[in-house]
Design a protein around this ligand. Structure first.
Ligand code: EPZ
Length: 431
C-alpha cells in the first residue's frame, strides 16, 4: 500500500518554494554518461524516483555512480552488460535512452520495449528509425529490440512527429559517431538544449538545439565534463498554477520564467502578476477576481506543455463559464477527469478534448492518482476543495516531485503524508 497525502482545504499559498533540478533534463544527461569512459558530473540532480530508477539501471550495467548531495558523478569506464534490465525499463520509459549510447560505445545493445502507461501508448518507432539511419541494424522481436553497430555514419534524419526523448536519443548517439548528422523536425525543449550543452562540453559539435534542426558533428573520443541541471519547469509551473488557484503569492526560487512563457500567458490572462526577480519567479494572484474561462491546446515546446494540462484543468473548474482543453500530444491523458468529477467538477470528455463547466465548488474526498501529472492535479484540487482530500497512490507523485507536501506545508497548506500500511509499497511496474 503506497503512502497517501491528506490535505485540508481550502487554503492559500503564501511563501517561497524552492524549485528542484529538472527530472527530464537529468535523465538524458545520465544516459549520455555511457558515451565516455570518463567521469560525467551532474549538479542539482533532483532526488526523485525516476532518477533513482535510472541510477539503479546504470549500476546494474556496471556504471559507477557516486552521489554527494545533489552532485552525481557517473563513470562508465566499462560495462558488464549491454542488455538493459527489463523490469527497470518497464518501470521508467526514459530507460530506453540508454539503447543508442550502449550500441555506439560497445557495438550492440538490447532493451525491452517501454510499456504503455496511464497516459497512453508510448511508441518508440521514431527512435528506432533514427538509429537505423545512423547505421545500426535494428532487430525487433515481440517484446524487445536489439541493435548492432553495422556501419555507423552521420545521416540526415527527419522525425515524422516531434519527439522529446527521440530527439535526445538520436542527438546523443550521433555525438559519438564521427561524421555530420542533421536532425530535422526536432523537439525544442529546454531539456534538449541542456543535453546539447553537455554533449558540446564532452567534445561533440552540436548546433541548433532549441530549434527544429540540429546539426551534430560527432567524435569517437567524447570526454568527461560537468554541468548543472536546469530547474524543473513543470514543477515550477505546477506551483504557479497552485498560487493562482488559491489566489496566493509564491516565490518560485530558482525557476526560469523563459521556460514557462506559454503557461505564464494564461496566468496573466487570469489577472495574476508575474515578476522575474534575482531569486526566482514571483507569482502574485492576491488581486485576482473571478477566474475567466480559457482554452488550452497542448503543443510541443514552446507551446503549452502537456505536462501542465491536468493542473490547468483544476483552474478551469473554477472559471466563470465553459473552458476547453485539447490534448494533441497524448490524446488519452485524461485519467484525472474522473477523479475531479468525483470532487464535484463538471467535465465533458470527448478525447482528445475536454470541456469544463465552471465554477463548481470542489469537495474533499478520497481520490486515486494514476500518473505523475494527474497526481499533481489532484493535490491542486485538494488545495481549493472544501474539507479533507486524500490522494492515494502517491508513488506516482514521487516519480517527479521532490517533497511536495513539505514545500506546500512551508507555503501555508495543511497537508501531511501518511503511510496507512507500514508494509513497503509495491511499485506499480507499469505506472
Ligand atoms: C517526454 O516524453 C517527457 N518525458 C514527458 O514527460 C512529456 O510529457 C513528453 O516528452 C511530451 O512533452 C521525458 O522527457 C523523460 P514524446 P516522450 O516522444 O519523449 C509520439 C513527465 O510527466 N511518439 O515527445 O516519451 C508519442 O506517442 C513525462 O515527466 C511516436 O509516435 O514523449 C506522443 O504522441 C510524461 N513515436 C508524441 O510523439 C516515437 O518514437 C510526443 O511524445 C516517439 C514518440
Amino acid at each position: 500500500m503506497s503512502d497517501v497525502l491528506v490535505l485540508e482545504g481550502p487554503s492559500t499559498l503564501d511563501g517561497e518554494i524552492p524549485i528542484a533540478g529538472a527530472k527530464n533534463a537529468a535523465l538524458p544527461c545520465m544516459a549520455a554518461a555511457l558515451l565516455t569512459p570518463d567521469p560525467v558530473e551532474l549538479e542539482n540532480v533532483p532526488p526523485v524516483q525516476d532518477v533513482f530508477t535510472l541510477r539503479e539501471l546504470l549500476m546494474d550495467l556496471g556504471v559507477d555512480v557516486q552521489v554527494a548531495g545533489d552532485r552525481w558523478t557517473l563513470q562508465a569506464e566499462q560495462v558488464t552488460s549491454t542488455t538493459v534490465p527489463p523490469e527497470l525499463t518497464r518501470r521508467m520509459r526514459a530507460s530506453f535512452l540508454t539503447l543508442g549510447p550502449l550500441g555506439v560505445r560497445f557495438g550492440s545493445a538490447e532493451v525491452v520495449y517501454p510499456g504503455g502507461c496511464a497516459i497512453g501508448e508510448r511508441p518508440v518507432d521514431l527512435h528506432l528509425a533514427g538509429l537505423e539511419a545512423l547505421g545500426f541494424a535494428v532487430d525487433q522481436a515481440a517484446a524487445r529490440v536489439r541493435i548492432r553497430a553495422r556501419r555507423l555514419r552521420g545521416a540526415v534524419f527527419e522525425f515524422a512527429k516531434v519527439t522529446v526523448t527521440g530527439t535526445e536519443h538520436l542527438m546523443m548517439t550521433a555525438a559519438a559517431i564521427p561524421g555530420t548528422t542533421v536532425l530535422r523536425n526536432c523537439a525544442r525543449e529546454p531539456e534538449v538544449v541542456q543535453l546539447a550543452e553537455l554533449l558540446r562540453q564532452m567534445g561533440a559539435d552540436v548546433e541548433g538545439a532549441g530549434t527544429a534542426q540540429i546539426i551534430i558533428r560527432g567524435t569517437s573520443s567524447l570526454r568527461g565534463t560537468a554541468v548543472r541541471v536546469i530547474p524543473d519547469r513543470i514543477e515550477a509551473g505546477t506551483y504557479a498554477v497552485a498560487a493562482v488557484l488559491t489566489r496566493g503569492r509564491v516565490v518560485l526560487r530558482g525557476a526560469r520564467a523563459e521556460h514557462l512563457t506559454a503557461l505564464m500567458e494564461h496566468l496573466k490572462g487570469q489577472g495574476a502578476f508575474i515578476e522575474v526577480t534575482a531569486e526566482g519567479v514571483v507569482v502574485d494572484a492576491r488581486a485576482v477576481a473571478d477566474f475567466r474561462p480559457l482554452r488550452v491546446v497542448t503543443e510541443p515546446y514552446p507551446g503549452f506543455p502537456t505536462d501542465l494540462q491536468a493542473q490547468m484543468m483544476v483552474l478551469m473548474t473554477q472559471a466563470l463559464g465553459v473552458s476547453e482543453v485539447v490534448e494533441t500530444i497524448f490524446p488519452d491523458r485524461f485519467n484525472h477527469v474522473a477523479e475531479l468529477q468525483r470532487m464535484g467538477a463538471r467535465i465533458e470528455l470527448a478525447k482528445p478534448a475536454a470541456r469544463v463547466y465552471g465554477p463548481t465548488p470542489l469537495r474533499g474526498t478520497v481520490v486515486a492518482a494514476s500518473d505523475l501529472r494527474a497526481s499533481a492535479c489532484l493535490v491542486l484540487a485538494g488545495l481549493i476543495a472544501r474539507g479533507t482530500t486524500v490522494v492515494t497512490n502517491v508513488y506516482h507523485l514521487d516519480r517527479g516531485y521532490v517533497r511536495m507536501e513539505e514545500k506546500l506545508r512551508q507555503a501555508g497548506v495543511s497537508i501531511r503524508r501518511v503511510n496507512p500500511d507500514p508494509r513497503p509499497s509495491t511499485m506499480d511496474l507499469h505506472g
